[in-house]
Design a protein around this ligand. Structure first.
Ligand code: ADP
Ligand code: MG
Length: 872
């Protein structure tokens, strides 16, 4: 076995461990990474001995994985060759009868992959074990699948419950007051047991409301069930039905094995990390199994498939809910709980006016809940879901409308942009403003003059000149006799902005201050005194600006850079520092191309200005994708190029592979991530970039240390900056011309685009090289990156590739706004409808006095601002 094969086997083992769910963060990160430099291999090997047992169960030999020389590769376990990881073909002879016919794979609506590995003629060459040819074919069990009743949704829901109707106020919000425990006490088929209720609560479903809003991920169409005899390796997303033949739970190795059979055929499903599943089934239970089909030693397998009991008659569409392995909540527990709740929910208030329901073609509220959880067909499920989403959006739009009306009544700062500062500023600029900058400054000037508070979001691609525009706006505030503040999320950015602003101020005879932290009491006291007296015109800082003791004589404008990184309350706290109870005007800036609908949710009711023009004379960044760029090979073409750039006096960024757990909160870097950055830096300075001045920045360093390194890099004392994504935001070093993004396939497009924006900021052309093997989607992303440097185009590509929620932060923004069902991007049309309807309703009835149920919902959505509704 060559070294490459050894690493391949090691990767297969790590991927298997990761998929079995029992890997450490480091191993999981490695499993997701396509780029293993030797340090990773060592790190992985160091971790493996702790998993000796699991590895054995998965068919791997520990000594072989650890040893430098190995004997013979063991076959990978049945679940290893899954999509994306490109593990080799099954190495076991296969009964030709089990092979997939070439046409068997794709099924309606599901992108089934090719069944190629199983039909590889090379597979015929081994010595087939004769018993394999008969195992699957011996008739043993006869299950009459046709006897499982399929009822209409109405019939399923209409089955009498042995329990009384749920007790609640009759409104949807009333269901928030019905604990999930009220579904307890059942031994019959129609409910769930106490244990399961506890698990539901642990999984965050504490009330019937939570349960009702847990919308299924998809539905299995019972008319599309594949007979077991027709299952072929390579089929994806198929449903089959059979009787449980055997179950096995292994708590030590943490898996369940469930075997089902029908008509003489059988299928085995290994369920890693879910030994509990075995206890949920008895022999002869009728079950539905849904998933991808593989084979192992001649057996048909559906590893990790969804298994649901079929003892209940079901509607034609069986919902598949998001399961929780951690809390052992299965999709059918959710289904049965939802069914029980709906059977005991005879009526529900519907606050939506009949007329809107008709124009928007939405079902009633109870009808919608029933259609989501127990639909007859896909169309019903979709319109039911749309109704729930619309309700959330309407509630949000009403709340925003009420806030807007209230804000109109608050005193705002009225500015007088005279031009006394902006004109000399324009004259002093080394370049003319772009057309877009001029247009946007006019929009801002009009807002500043108006008596109502400005709420404007400045969107522009990286390098489009947002900061310059914001400086113009701040000068307008100052020339009218007020002050301005600029808040940015990270120290490095604040420092950069401050330098640019201080230079401008010096030329114009103004004073700006970078508000010092509490650790510099004297400087801070002086700065605060200057702001309070009005001697200092512009304040720059991070969230330190928000503290109580920062007071202005007359704060007229707050610029919030990278606005999406701040919370609503943080922004409000800064704006509230306006003079005499007035609210300061707000100018947000972001390079994230958020669609208007999403922006509205995130930032409230904003106007948007777009800088859609880059300053002239920029040579667009050239982008290339290069699958393999070894860190230890100085002779590799790519590193030769980077070195040549550095030899010409330029500088280089290297961005480390992303190993953070996806759950890691934004802005919080995992230890594994910064460890990987350190290792990459070491590997580079020992290898491809030896002899150069290299430093590392990570999110785990102390801010002061990081700032010091950034500073050294920005003044050219370093050649190469190896970094995690901490450099993503706004860092500007015009002399840096190359950025190498390792394992680029693990980053989202928005992030890649931001990272790429670190180069090509000066007069020298910029180069971006994306490295690492990628999946199909990854390939499409790499292609998009190479084709365009337009952030808005990339955002659209991202949407197409990844579906809703792809843009940075929109999913979280939705959750913060209380959206459990609606998606800010995918539901843009519904959002527009809800907005129009909300405006109409509020115009006729500003405090919603005529619609008490809706009013109560909006009051809840308003939270602290609920008093706006009570005021009459
Ligand atoms: P953004 O914040 O949108 O990423 P910046 O405001 O930092 O962009 O501008 C990027 C660079 O372009 C800065 O060096 C800035 O001085 C320069 N710049 C801004 N506006 C213009 C312009 N109209 N013409 C030429 N260069 C400009
Ligand atoms: Mg900027």
């Amino acid at each position: 076995m060559t070294a490459v094969e050894q690493v391949d086997t090691l990767r297969a083992a790590v991927i298997a461990l990761h998929q079995s769910g029992s890997a450490t963060a480091i191993l999981s990160a490695a499993a997701r990474s396509a780029h293993w430099h030797p340090a990773v291999v060592e790190r992985v090997r160091a971790q493996l001995p702790a998993f000796a047992d699991q590895l054995g169960a998965l068919g791997f030999d520990l000594t072989q994985l650890l040893g430098p020389t190995a004997q013979k590769a063991k076959p990978p376990p049945q679940h290893a060759p899954r999509h994306g990881f490109g593990a080799g073909p099954p190495r076991v002879p296969l009964d030709p009868a089990l092979r997939a016919p070439q046409h068997a794979a794709p099924r309606r609506g599901f992108g089934a992959g090719p069944a190629a590995p199983a039909t590889d003629p090379a597979l015929h060459q081994g010595t087939p074990k004769p018993q394999h040819t008969t195992r699957n074919a011996r008739p043993r069990h006869d299950v009459e699948i046709r006897t499982i009743p399929t009822l209409s949704a109405a019939a399923v829901l209409g089955q009498p419950s042995h329990k009384p109707p749920l007790e609640f106020e009759g409104t949807l919000d009333g269901l928030r007051g019905v604990p999930i425990d009220d579904l307890a006490g059942i031994r019959d088929d129609a409910g769930i047991g106490d244990k399961e209720l506890e698990r539901l609560t642990a999984a965050g479903i504490a009330t019937v409301y939570d349960l009702m809003m847990r919308v299924p991920l998809r539905y299995i169409d019972r008319s599309e069930i594949t007979p077991m005899s027709a299952l072929r390796p390579g089929m994806k997303n198929v449903a089959t039905v059979g009787k449980v033949l055997s179950t096995k739970a292994d708590w030590g190795k943490k898996y369940a094995r469930i075997e089902i059979g029908a008509g003489g055929y059988r299928v085995t499903s290994m369920q890693f990390q879910q030994p509990w599943l075995a206890q949920r089934f008895r022999r002869d239970d009728l079950v539905l199994m849904w998933g991808d089909v593989t084979e192992w030693e001649g057996f048909i397998q559906m590893g990790g498939a969804l298994i649901a009991p079929m003892r209940d008659a079901t509607a034609p569409f069986v919902p598949v809910y998001p399961q929780s392995d951690k809390h052992q909540v299965s999709t059918w527990t959710l289904h049965r709980a939802a069914l029980d709740a709906l059977r005991r929910l005879p009526a529900l208030d519907d606050p939506l006016p009949e007329q809107i329901r008709t124009t928007r073609q939405l079902p009633g509220r109870l009808e919608a809940l029933r259609a989501v959880h127990v639909p007859d067909n896909a169309a019903d499920a979709t319109s039911g879901r749309d109704r729930l989403a619309y309700d959330e959006l309407l509630r949000m739009q009403l709340a925003m409308g009420v806030q807007r009306n209230a804000a109109r009544q608050r005193p705002a700062v009225v500015h007088a942009p005279t031009g006394t500062l902006t004109r000399p500023w324009l004259d002093s600029l080394p370049w003319p403003l772009t057309g877009a900058q001029t247009r946007v400054l006019k929009e801002i000037a009009a807002d500043l003059r108006a008596p109502s508070p400005m709420k404007r979001l400045l969107q522009g691609d990286v390098g489009s000149g947002k900061t310059a525009t914001a400086i113009g706006a701040m000068l307008m505030a100052v020339e009218g006799g007020h002050q301005a503040a600029l808040m940015a999320p990270i120290g490095v950015l604040v420092q950069q902005h401050y330098e640019e602003i201080a230079e401008t101020c010096e030329q114009l005879g103004l004073r700006a201050v970078l508000v010092p932290g509490k650790n510099k009491p004297k400087a801070r006291r002086e700065a605060l005194a200057g702001l309070a007296s009005g001697e200092i015109h512009i304040a720059v800082g991070t969230t330190g600006l928000l503290s109580e003791d920062v007071q202005f004589k007359s704060l007229g404008l707050a610029v919030i850079d990278e606005q999406h990184r701040f919370g609503v309350n943080q922004r409000a706290a800064l704006l509230a520092k306006g003079p005499g109870g007035a609210i300061a005007d707000e100018l947000g800036a972001t390079a994230t191309p958020i669609p208007r609908t999403a922006a509205m949710t995130q930032f409230g009711d904003v106007d948007i200005s777009i800088l859609d023009e880059l300053p002239p004379g920029r040579t667009p960044i050239k982008t290339r994708w290069e699958p393999v760029v070894p860190l230890d090979d100085p002779a590799h073409e790519h590193w030769v190029f980077v070195r040549s750039q550095i030899a010409e006096g330029r500088q280089a960024f290297v961005v480390c592979p992303l190993v953070a757990e996806p759950e890691t909160k934004a802005g919080q870097e995992s230890e594994a991530q910064s460890a990987a950055a350190m290792e990459t830096a070491t590997a580079l300075s020992d290898g491809a970039l030896s002899g150069l001045r290299i430093a590392v920045v990570t999110g785990r360093q102390k801010p002061a240390d990081r700032a010091e390194i950034m500073h050294a890099f920005s003044i050219g004392e370093l050649d190469v900056l190896v970094a995690t994504t901490v450099i993503e935001v706004g860092v500007s070093v015009p002399n840096a011309t190359t950025i190498t993004i390792l394992d680029a396939g693990n980053f989202g497009l928005a992030q890649l685009h931001q990272l790429r924006g670190r180069v090509g900021r000066g007069k020298h052309p910029g180069f971006c090289v994306l490295t690492g093997e990628v999946s199909d989607i990854g390939q499409a992303r790499m292609d998009a990156m190479c084709e365009t440097t337009d952030g808005f185009k990339l955002a659209n590509v991202d949407l197409e590739l990844r579906g809703p929620g792809a843009l940075a932060g929109t999913a979280q923004a939705g959750h913060r706004a209380g959206l459990l069902v609606a998606d800010l991007l995918a539901d843009a049309e519904l959002m527009h409808a809800a907005r129009a309807d909300a405006q109409q309703m509020l115009a006729a009835d500003p405090h919603l006095l005529r619609r008490p149920t809706l009013r109560a919902e909006v009051e809840r959505a308003l939270g602290e601002d609920a008093h706006y509704l009570r005021r009459s």
